[in-house]
Design a protein around this ligand. Sequence first.
Ligand SMILES: Nc1nc2c(c(=O)[nH]1)N[C@H]1C(S)=C(S)[C@@H](COP(=O)(O)OP(=O)(O)OC[C@H]3O[C@@H](n4cnc5c(=O)[nH]c(N)nc54)[C@H](O)[C@@H]3O)O[C@H]1N2
Ligand SMILES: Nc1nc2c(c(=O)[nH]1)N[C@H]1C(S)=C(S)[C@@H](COP(=O)(O)OP(=O)(O)OC[C@H]3O[C@@H](n4cnc5c(=O)[nH]c(N)nc54)[C@H](O)[C@@H]3O)O[C@H]1N2
Ligand code: SF4
Ligand SMILES: [Mo]
Length: 743
Amino acid sequence: MSRTALRICPLCEATCGLTLTVDGTRVTAARGDRDDVFSRGFICPKGASFGAVDSDPDRLRAPLVRRDGELREATWEEAFDAVAAGIRPVVERHGPHAVGVVLGNPNVHTVAGALYPPVLLGALGTRSLFTASTVDQMPKHVSSGLLYGDANAIPVPDLDRTDHLLLIGANPLESNGSLCTAPDFPGRLKALKARGGTLTVIDPRRTRTARLADRHVAVRPGADALLLAAMAHVLFEEDLADLGALAPHVEGVEELAAALGDFTPEAVAGSCDVDAATTRALARELAAAPTAAVYGRIGSCTVPHGTLASWLVDVLNILTGNLDRPGGALFPQAATDKTPRPAGPGRGFALGRWRSRVSGHPEAKGELPLSALAEEIDTATDAGEPVRALVAVAANPVLSAPDGDRLDKALDSLDFMVSVDPYLNETSRHAHVVLPPPPPAQSPHHDFAFNTLAVRNQVRYTRPAVPLEPGRMAETEILARLILAATGMHGADPAAVDAMVVEQTLGKAVRDPHSPVHGRDPRDLAARLTGENGPERRLDMMLRLGPYGDGFGARPEGLSLQRLLDHPHGIDLGPLRPRLPQPLKTRSGKVELLPEPIAGDLPRLRSAMDRRPAGLVLVGRRHLRSNNSWMHNIPALTGGSNRCTLHIHPEDAERLGVRDGAAVRVKGAGGEATAPAEVTDTVRPGVVSLPHGWGHDRPGTRLTHAATVPGTNVNQLLDGSLLDPLSGNAVLNGVPVVLTPVT
Ligand SMILES: Nc1nc2c(c(=O)[nH]1)N[C@H]1C(S)=C(S)[C@@H](COP(=O)(O)OP(=O)(O)OC[C@H]3O[C@@H](n4cnc5c(=O)[nH]c(N)nc54)[C@H](O)[C@@H]3O)O[C@H]1N2
Ligand SMILES: Nc1nc2c(c(=O)[nH]1)N[C@H]1C(S)=C(S)[C@@H](COP(=O)(O)OP(=O)(O)OC[C@H]3O[C@@H](n4cnc5c(=O)[nH]c(N)nc54)[C@H](O)[C@@H]3O)O[C@H]1N2
Ligand code: SF4
Ligand SMILES: [Mo]
């Protein structure tokens, strides 16, 4: 007997609505939900493999607890007893900072990951927080923090309305988009071209996205900030800067013009490998387009000047008047955002409020660089306690962070480690306790994070498509119990965690004069919340307090959980709308175009102007059927062109005597690895490319299929000390490497 159930896909940032076919408790098929208000039936090969991802036989079914050195199945009670017994003594003896927390990418794809880690961090009081953000988009947060006073105010290109899109270091035809949530990104790019718009792609590889472009510029890796600075220079020099309606909200334009004075297209041409005429053309096209959006992603972030490049992306949007206007780049407004407060000066954004113990890296957004995790564990200093216990939630840093081999060893030296992870993989194999969440079909879904980055305002919620199997625990409950165990409240009712958040949030809301519930009784409001469990009540609360919410009756037509349940395909909230100056939280209340930390980093960029490393540099790549480190265990998603090969240009291959298919030794500052060569002119000369997330050949894991074609871990080549200094973001691209054919 089969039935269908709706489920928002959690496998990438596009958040497509899926219609699952369910036989008993097993998902046997997945297709795009044609009625989904946002994705309108789109699905990609990963989404189509939802059933295979869900029913992977290697998923852990019960908690594992280490006994006599070995991880063995245990009851949930035993597992949480072990967590409490492992973490509390570390906190009591060495203080909260000795407990590290590592949050990986899937936290932004689960309800649990959105709702509980902030509570854990607040309750633990640790400063030892490391997340996937510092191997990803932290430069963008820092640039937004400095420009707008809010690290989470990230403008999103208005894909469906723009006339000109400039993509830098992004390959949405493989990644399906990032920091720009857009189901069917490929279709939206084709629509842009069909309506007469233009697409420019800046990427050292001729990607599938680049092949769609009207202009592809194969920049030298790591040089985007120089190229973008030169484009901004041209806008000033040729009098093309025109802020339009933005002008009253922006300060520092003249100072910026002066600061970029020497970044001429001619001066950066050598280091970017982009001739001055092309740079000028890029700037002129941007200025001439009726509307345009500049958008930078991984390739522009994970480089030595990631924050400057991220900042310059917005600078170009601002100088051409495209920030905050339809067709440009706008600030989405999600249904669970806090009630917008009136415009006016804010508290600004602070960087470096504390520093990492070993290398003194400044915190950014409350986080320390993931690249520094290994040294924070394995290096003693006088400056404080090393990390002795670790809580890892949905994270596989052994494969995803630089210096993977060092981290692999460091994790073994911990007093205690708990992983919340469905797999026994390269990272969780070091844990003393592994707490497995249920597969996605058994979990609810709402995109707390991605709705704040979506090209259209909309809201959707799906309840679990399949009930929890016997013996399973919802990830929300796992994390609630973990919070209790880690903070000295082991054994308390996990519902108390949600009740506490509700009480605090409503208590604050009723005191806020701008809140729709100002002056009301928080207990009465709490009693009005609906939902089957704590997380649903919290979602209801956020929706009702949010910008589209019913305000607990103040706006009867507004959103609530019940409204969402009544609209299973979602509710469309309209296209992105101009919002300035409301989102600004800078001290000046304006967009601060040339913030001091940025100005202070420009000399470093200036000195890169005359640098042009002679040898090969390494960049990454993604494949449509991949997802970072954790989907190589699904046979349908591996094989074919999804392989861990080293892309190398024919000229370089010939010069070095590298044959297609033959093994090559790749040496980087952090270590070496061997991979088969794939000779292809899709990479530019001087650049080689290896994908990340591979290297599934370690003992003690349970990834049966992945182990048959393990690939190599590119991150063991990378040097963890190479960072973008402002954001602490890892340098993953443009890294010098030396190749030798293996004979
Ligand atoms: N060289 C290089 N390295 C990179 C990158 C690159 O481009 N080049 N990209 C970087 C980027 S952008 C990112 S985001 C990081 C990602 O790196 P990580 O944050 O480590 O994420 P994943 O590799 O996706 O591993 C996710 C972990 O979560 C587990 N998991 C899957 N689903 C769930 C779930 O529902 N609940 C829980 N609790 N766990 C789950 C998986 O089993 C896996 O262990 O990698 C980075 N590393
Ligand atoms: N299929 C699939 N989809 C994914 C993921 C996945 O692993 N697989 N991961 C998800 C995650 S966590 C993220 S963060 C997003 C990332 O989404 P994207 O940013 O679109 O990621 P990539 O496809 O890696 O594209 C980055 C591009 O940058 C180029 N590049 C490298 N160095 C430079 C440089 O210095 N300058 C410029 N201009 N370009 C450079 C690379 O050649 C590559 O084509 O994708 C998400 N979606
Ligand atoms: S594009 Fe992303 S969200 Fe959509 S089906 Fe594919 S993996 Fe899922
Ligand atoms: Mo990412």
